[in-house]
Design a protein around this ligand. Structure first.
Ligand SMILES: Cc1cc2nc3c(=O)[nH]c(=O)nc-3n(C[C@H](O)[C@H](O)[C@H](O)COP(=O)(O)OP(=O)(O)OC[C@H]3O[C@@H](n4cnc5c(N)ncnc54)[C@H](O)[C@@H]3O)c2cc1C
Length: 297
């Protein structure tokens, strides 16, 4: 695709195919993409000089690469986004070190008075099982409405003081330091598909804060659109897959042996794979790997 001109500060309309609105004033806008599923296949096959085969073989290859964490072919695809998000979301996002980032400068520009204004329902209760997280329930109605109004009033007051400091000639780099984490920032964020999927696995997860999940979900929409086969493999082998501890794996293995369930397991898995169109050799390999994964004696 051709590069799209930035339209800084302007939340995109929902009708723009390359933009998805996030929270109240934020967005994820796809600026550029290099590559697609074929780029993954092409680079994976370079070692023996063969290009694209047919779609079925390409899907099998991408799934094999994803399953066995042969990650470099996924680095051949790159996505560039223009993002507008609150600073507290950006603080979490920036921990992902493998992207290239260029952020608006509060030393150079006067910051816009755009804040994430939490609605009453955004005042989620502190989680009880996860000390970092929140519950799906919110603070009771009248209190959360009061908190919502209070947040907005604080934001307006702090921004007024910021403007006063600027008007008095204070350097922008100093005037901005009292602005809150709810202020929106903007950046260009470019990342290869391997690292982008790592980001999405962590930030689409239920353990991630809801407000960053909204942005991760928006980015996922574009990844699905441009790399549907890689996305499907990612869902199967990473996003919706699970890791077993050694003791958990041994327990499952013992139970399968005690209850004589190995044959049934292999039969059902074979049926699943055949239904998905796997070749005979793929079925054999997959069954062998499943037995290894579950520690069959
Ligand atoms: C739910 C959740 C809660 C979190 N809570 C906290 C918290 O309370 N406090 C806090 O400080 N952070 C927290 N984090 C951030 C977390 O610790 C990671 O910094 C963040 O998820 C980025 O992960 P990453 O390093 O794997 O990603 P990236 O920086 O994108 O790196 C991708 C991968 O590249 C490799 N890599 C990159 N740079 C290096 C390097 N210098 N050395 C070695 N390997 C490297 C690693 O394999 C890494 O997994 C949290 C993250 C999540 C998802």
């Amino acid at each position: 695709m051709s590069e799209i001109e930035p339209e800084s500060h302007t939340p995109p309309a929902n009708t723009d195919d390359n933009s998805i609105r996030c929270l109240d004033h934020g967005f994820v806008r796809l600026v550029d993409v290099m590559g697609n599923d074929q780029s993954i296949v092409q680079s994976a096959r370079v070692s023996y000089g063969k290009g694209t085969k047919n779609v079925r073989a390409d899907r099998g290859l991408i799934r094999y690469l994803m399953k066995h964490q042969h990650t470099t072919p996924f680095e051949m695809v790159e996505f560039k986004f223009h993002v507008k998000c609150p600073i507290f979301v950006a603080r979490q996002w920036i921990r992902h070190r493998t992207a290239n980032v260029n952020e608006i400068s509060g030393r150079y520009s006067v910051m816009e008075d755009t804040f994430w204004e939490p609605r009453p329902e955004d005042f989620r209760l502190q989680g009880s099982s996860n000390r970092q997280g929140s519950s799906s329930e919110s603070v009771d109605n009248s209190k959360s409405s009061e908190l919502s109004e209070q947040f907005k009033a604080d934001q307006r007051l702090l921004y007024k003081h910021y403007e006063e400091a600027i008007a008095a000639g204070t350097a922008r780099e100093v005037a901005r330091v009292n602005l809150p984490l709810s202020l929106y920032t903007e950046w260009y964020w470019k990342c290869d598909l391997h690292n982008l999927l790592h980001f999405l696995r962590l930030r689409m997860d239920a353990h991630a804060q809801l407000e960053i999940r909204v942005f991760a979900d928006a980015m996922a929409t574009f990844v699905k659109q441009y790399c549907p086969i890689a996305w499907e493999a990612f869902e199967e082998f990473s996003l919706n897959a699970a890791k077993l501890a050694c003791s958990e794996r041994n327990l499952i293995s013992q139970l399968l042996t005690e209850h004589k369930l190995w044959d049934e397991l292999e039969k059902r898995r074979t049926a699943q794979l055949q239904e998905d169109g796997a070749s005979e050799s793929t079925v054999r390999r997959e069954i062998e790997e499943l037995c290894q994964t579950l520690n069959k004696e």
